[in-house]
Design a protein around this ligand. Structure first.
Ligand code: DAT
Ligand code: MG
Length: 138
């Protein structure tokens, strides 16, 4: 069993897409073992995306991620990190495969509807950024 962090980003929450996105995630067989809704402050968004702080899009990305509420989930399943990344599709929706969450829902490369951890080390750090062990069930 493996765990990964998923975020339904502000553009998707704003458009009331939480239910549709959660349904797609659950249809793959991944289980939700933690879930909460929150609005990141600018500095919390900067902390979450700290690896990107030198990138040209960092200021815009962290402004966007703190612009409205997110739904944050911890997903569990066999090979959960890779399976959920595959379900998300490429970062840029124009390069994402048909049927992927980003291809279906993303507005552009920044407002790309969902986040997923990219490996075991980042998943562990990202899950701990949002959830205490007491908040994860199952
Ligand atoms: P991913 O979210 O697919 O792991 P990433 O970690 O490279 O992608 O980047 C984090 C987020 O930053 C991404 O979801 C959207 C934004 N982003 C990435 N590349 C961008 C770009 N070239 N222009 C604007 N925003 C970008
Ligand atoms: Mg990433």
């Amino acid at each position: 069993m493996e765990r990964t962090l998923a975020i339904i980003k502000p553009d998707a929450v704003e458009r009331n897409l939480q239910g549709e996105i959660i349904r797609i995630i659950q249809q793959t067989g991944l289980r939700i073992v933690g879930m909460k809704m929150l609005r990141l402050s600018r500095s919390q968004a900067e902390g979450f995306y700290a690896v990107h702080r030198e990138r040209p899009f960092f200021a815009s990305l962290t402004e966007y991620m703190s612009s409205g509420p997110c739904v944050v989930m911890c997903l569990e399943g066999a090979d959960a990190i890779r399976r959920y990344r595959e379900l998300l599709g490429a970062t840029n929706r124009d390069h994402a495969a048909e049927g992927t969450i980003r291809r279906i829902f993303a507005l552009d490369v920044e407002r790309n509807s969902c986040h997923g951890s990219d490996g075991p080390d980042t998943a562990a750090v990202e899950i701990a950024y949002f959830f205490s062990t007491l908040e994860l069930v199952g």
